[in-house]
Design a protein around this ligand. Structure first.
Ligand code: PLP
Length: 397
């Protein structure tokens, strides 16, 4: 009667959502300050003042019919002009408005790209573990296959030999996510350089481009003065998927984009197919009001100092308790902590019994780790350290 695939997806909650709901229930039972919920990647700082001011100004000063009306399917032209100018100023490459397709967050951007690039069922996209679990849903939803490459431990950069071995005549694209959810790693210029060289060589062998799809919702959330290298600098056939959910703390407003730059081979065709995918999926016309807000605030960020403080507290506090904090996140608001036993699910269950909610790494394709989402009030991190201590003691720490 209904699609079994969709039914399955609609009735099964993700591990992360399951844990989050459990946390809400426990908070009602024992009180919110007794539950140390680090499950969800929901930004915990307010959007930047500039975004809120622009929102107020737009509502006050704009013609409401225009402000809340339909825009072009790919996004309002003036908005795309403004965004393209901002991106060209920040990254070069001479981006123009027709390179941008505005979407309902990065999720829709990715879905449009996978649909646009999949020509036949079983076409393949390479994905590096650890990975955002929805990737599989998005890729399979387009009728393609997600080929998961095992994590490159301990640094979570890219194992180029493994990529080379995994590329087949069916490979349509390689998906990267840097800064990475959940590992917090930022790919180095050397990693991207190596990947670019490899993809150029393999594309030549295949006689067509293998596209690099760069999912970058955490692009600006980096620490210690670091920068996220711009993937198109290293490989021309890069399609960038972006979201304002994390950088501007606007996840509920659903705004992002697909960028198909001038260096992308057959770029106009790819762009048209992305637009066609937007039609197929019913994603045309990203939210009109927030198109304008985000265009005015491209490159801005919410106050990241809370995340930086939480990250420092976790590094020092967990390190002092005997946890392995040798790879603190270079970006994002996730700590990917080696668990104190190989079975990360068992470890997270033990933590859960103490009302400490961590997501097992196996859900991201990387067993032996637990993800701590530290986009929470600093007080929660401070209070949770005692519980992390109790957990370590269960392992003889
Ligand atoms: N990609 C990654 C790596 C994410 O972590 C998320 C959200 O958590 C998304 C994409 C989807 O983001 P959006 O809210 O823009 O749809």
């Amino acid at each position: 009667m209904v699609s079994q695939r969709c039914y399955g997806l609609g009735t099964a909650r993700s591990v992360i959502r399951e844990l989050f709901e459990y946390g809400n229930q426990r908070a009602r039972e024992v009180g919110p300050d007794k539950v140390y919920d680090f499950s969800l990647g929901n930004p915990s700082v307010a959007p930047p003042r500039e975004a809120l001011d622009e929102l107020e100004r737009l509502i006050r000063e704009s013609d409401p019919l225009q402000l809340h009306g339909y825009t072009s399917a790919q996004g309002d032209l003036a908005v795309r002009e403004r965004l393209a100018a901002s991106l060209a100023k920040r990254f070069g490459h001479g981006y123009g408005p027709d390179d941008l397709y505005l979407t309902v967050g990065a999720a829709a951007a990715l879905c449009c790209v996978f649909h646009a690039l999949t020509e036949a069922p079983g076409d393949e996209f390479l994905v590096f573990a650890p990975y955002f679990p929805e990737y599989k849903v998005f890729i399979e939803g387009a009728g393609a296959k997600a080929v998961i490459l095992p994590p490159h431990v301990p640094d979570f950069q890219i194992d180029l030999a493994a990529v080379e071995a995994a590329i087949t005549p069916r490979t349509k694209g390689v998906l990267i996510n840097s800064p990475n959810n959940p590992a917090g790693v930022v790919y180095t210029p050397q990693t991207l350089q190596g990947l670019g060289e490899l993809l150029r060589r393999k594309s030549e062998e295949l006689g067509r481009p293998i596209f690099l799809i760069s999912d970058e919702p955490y692009r600006e959330i980096v620490y210690d003065g670091g920068l996220t290298p711009w993937a198109p600098d290293f490989y021309g056939d890069t399609i960038v998927c972006y979201s304002y959910s994390k950088s501007l703390s606007l996840p509920g407003e659903r705004l992002g984009y697909v960028l198909v730059g001038p260096e992308v081979e057959h770029g106009r065709e790819v762009y048209a197919a992305v637009a066609g995918a937007g039609r197929t999926l019913g994603y045309v016309n990203a939210p009109s009001l927030f198109q304008r807000v985000c265009a005015a605030c491209d490159g801005y960020t919410a106050d990241l100092s809370v995340y930086a403080a939480n990250r420092a507290l976790l590094t020092d506090g967990l390190g002092a308790l005997g946890y392995d904090t040798s790879l603190p996140p270079a970006g994002t608001f996730y700590y990917f902590l080696p668990t104190l036993e190989p079975d990360d699910v068992a470890f997270c269950e033990k933590a859960k019994a103490l009302d400490l909610l961590l997501v097992p790494g196996s859900g991201f394709g990387a067993p032996g780790y637990a993800r701590i989402s530290f986009c929470v009030p600093t007080r929660r991190v401070q209070d949770a350290l005692a519980v992390f201590g109790e957990l370590a003691r269960q392992y003889g720490g």
